[in-house]
Design a protein around this ligand. Structure first.
Ligand SMILES: NC(=O)c1ccc[n+]([C@@H]2O[C@H](COP(=O)([O-])OP(=O)(O)OC[C@H]3O[C@@H](n4cnc5c(N)ncnc54)[C@H](O)[C@@H]3O)[C@@H](O)[C@H]2O)c1
Length: 322
């Protein structure tokens, strides 16, 4: 089997992680499109001569697996045909629309296009395409090179074969894809996350629990338990009768507000934005370089995922059928 060419457009926060994850498979060759070449430093490309060459010529071969391109005005026949294009442009409809128009001009209809958008309307974006069969949502989670879950979203006219190919490619780059059979606002990850945070902020607003104790519950109860059994398998283990009785009672008392919790809104108003501003739910002053703190968090996550990738544990997510 030959090499697979993957094109990633946008090498920012998400694009750089997506590129790194595809590079984990030695059979993947990357075509990176980034109009601000200094962003290539995000994937450790710092050689000034390479950056100057791309500025001057519009493209440069960084090594035998990575070529960087400034925009889609090139003759692409010399780079080979990508199997999939992952778009990770800033969250702006106008930019994405212009790019997709260009993609349709340049690449034949069998080249798959996936968007990493978090909040823009994927179905509307699919409808821009002359060949919407080729378009899927590919929602990575931050940091994209570490978190394995990628939500693959099938739109009304996405070809099922395209969905299967994307899932296969993601698995070949060490990811754990989940299929959303139709677009849902916020995907599954954000919906679950915000349902939980709505409850947390309601309890904090009521002064029932501290930030530290919320985190203890996350770290020492949900986190480890979910890592082993997921969400529903755990309920199979504990019994669905008990779960039904509990759910019937609990839904009566859960927060159901439709506005953002005041605990969070107040932090936002006073610019307590967390690590980056020195204070959030915790006081970060005196803890040193925020990047180092973030790196330490990432390193621990990597260790945890390494452990979870051990196929000898009783249940491994990659054993599940999609
Ligand atoms: N940041 C997150 O946590 C996160 C999580 C999931 C999904 N997303 C989604 O991923 C996408 C990218 O977000 P991000 O946070 O990486 O943004 P970003 O601003 O960090 O990166 C965007 C990159 O695109 C480049 N760019 C802009 N216009 C371009 C063009 N015409 N051609 C080539 N490159 C161009 C920019 O220079 C920049 O490097 C968005 O759709 C966002 O919703 C973000």
């Amino acid at each position: 089997m030959g090499d697979t060419i993957i094109m990633v457009i946008g090498c920012g926060t998400m694009g750089s992680g997506i590129i790194t994850s595809f590079l984990s498979n030695p059979r993947h060759k990357l075509l990176i499109v980034e109009n601000n070449v200094s962003m290539l430093q995000k994937i450790s490309i710092t050689d000034p001569t390479l950056l100057q060459t791309i500025q001057k010529n519009g493209h440069v071969q960084i090594n035998d697996r990575i070529t960087a391109i400034k925009d889609l005005s090139q003759d692409f026949s010399k780079f080979g045909k990508p199997r999939v294009i992952v778009e990770a442009l800033p969250e702006r409809m106008d930019l994405k629309k212009e790019l997709y128009k260009r993609i349709e001009e340049v690449f034949p209809q069998d080249v798959i296009v996936g968007s990493n958008t978090s909040t823009l309307p994927l179905q509307q974006m699919a409808d821009w395409f002359k060949y919407p069969e080729r378009f899927v949502g590919m929602h990575y989670n931050h940091p994209a090179h570490i978190v394995p879950i990628v939500e693959v979203v099938k739109l009304a006219r996405t070809d099922p074969n395209v969905v299967s190919q994307v899932i296969q490619l993601l698995e070949q780059s060490g990811k754990v894809p989940v299929l959303l059979k139709k677009p849902i606002d916020g995907f599954i990850t954000n919906r679950l996350q915000h349902a939980l945070y709505r409850e947390i902020y309601a309890l904090m607003e009521d002064d029932s629990i501290s930030a530290e104790d919320v985190d203890k519950v996350g770290k020492y109860m949900f986190g480890p338990r979910m890592s082993v059994t997921g969400l529903l398998l755990q309920k199979d283990c504990s019994g669905l009768d008990t779960h039904t009785f509990a759910q019937r009672e609990m839904v009566k008392v859960l927060a159901n507000n439709r506005i953002c919790g005041s605990v969070l809104e107040n932090k936002f108003k006073t610019k307590e934005l967390g690590l980056k501003s020195g204070k959030g739910f915790y006081d970060w002053n005196g803890t040193g370089d925020p990047n180092q703190v973030q790196n330490e968090v990432n390193n621990r996550l990597i260790k945890l995922y390494d452990f979870l990738n051990d196929k000898n544990i009783p249940y491994h997510p990659q054993q599940s059928k999609l």
